[in-house]
Design a protein around this ligand. Sequence first.
Ligand SMILES: Nc1ncnc2c1ncn2[C@@H]1O[C@H](COP(=O)(O)OP(=O)(O)OP(=O)(O)O)[C@@H](O)[C@H]1O
Length: 247
Amino acid sequence: MNALQIRNLSVSYGDTRVVDTVSINVVRGESFALVGESGSGKSTVLKAVAGLAPQWTGEISVFGQPRSKGIDRAFASRGQMVFQDPYGSLHPRQTVDATLSEPLAIHGLGGQDARVQEIMAAVGLDRRFRFRLPHQLSGGQRQRVAIARALMLEPKLLLLDEPTSALDVSVQAEILNLLKRLRREKGLSYLLVTHDLPVVSFLCDRLAVMREGKIVETNTVDALKRGRMTNDYSRELIEKSALTTSA
Ligand SMILES: Nc1ncnc2c1ncn2[C@@H]1O[C@H](COP(=O)(O)OP(=O)(O)OP(=O)(O)O)[C@@H](O)[C@H]1O
């Protein structure tokens, strides 16, 4: 069974179609990257899976369960999204404890105290941060909180939207290592949006290249590293990014 199966997904904002008949399979345990120029529709694909996009058509299934078009509470325990900017995505007046407890409270689950302690340890957040507010944390610590919150309901799929691009370069590697470790330890699958090819090389198994709402190529990260992407536009994009040598 696939962690995520997307079939012919199209998303429009008003009359503008920004995602056009996109199909992606993320195998269980796989880390899959969506790359492409700004505005190509990458984030919109994640939003549709997370239930944050308006009018969409097509089929989305997470671990075999079709996603409904409306609010889908059951989805929260199967898949969760982590946003680019941890400062924007955390409530400024909620402590780490409140932020992490909230998903359990919403879903009527007990054992909050133990679970908060456990997840903080899992993402490498010291206990003394538990009652701090976002502005009392560094960017990297805030992103650890955002990742911890996403994991509270024990989903097996994470939708990662540029999870390190808002962070200082020195902190990016820490968060990437954390994501790599969590994937291994918890058997997670990732669908990750990035424009950063070294991130793809470090964290992903396969990638799809998007252009103007469509996927132009799906290939392995091994092919990316060996310079064996097949589509002309993909190759051009990779060359343009001037990251080929480090990828
Ligand atoms: N809420 C919205 N209302 C109208 N148009 C939107 C909205 N969100 C995104 N778009 C448009 O949809 C298109 C795809 O945007 P999307 O954010 O998915 O691209 P992206 O590839 O993730 O780009 P980036 O790397 O800059 O985040 C863009 O043209 C964008 O302007």
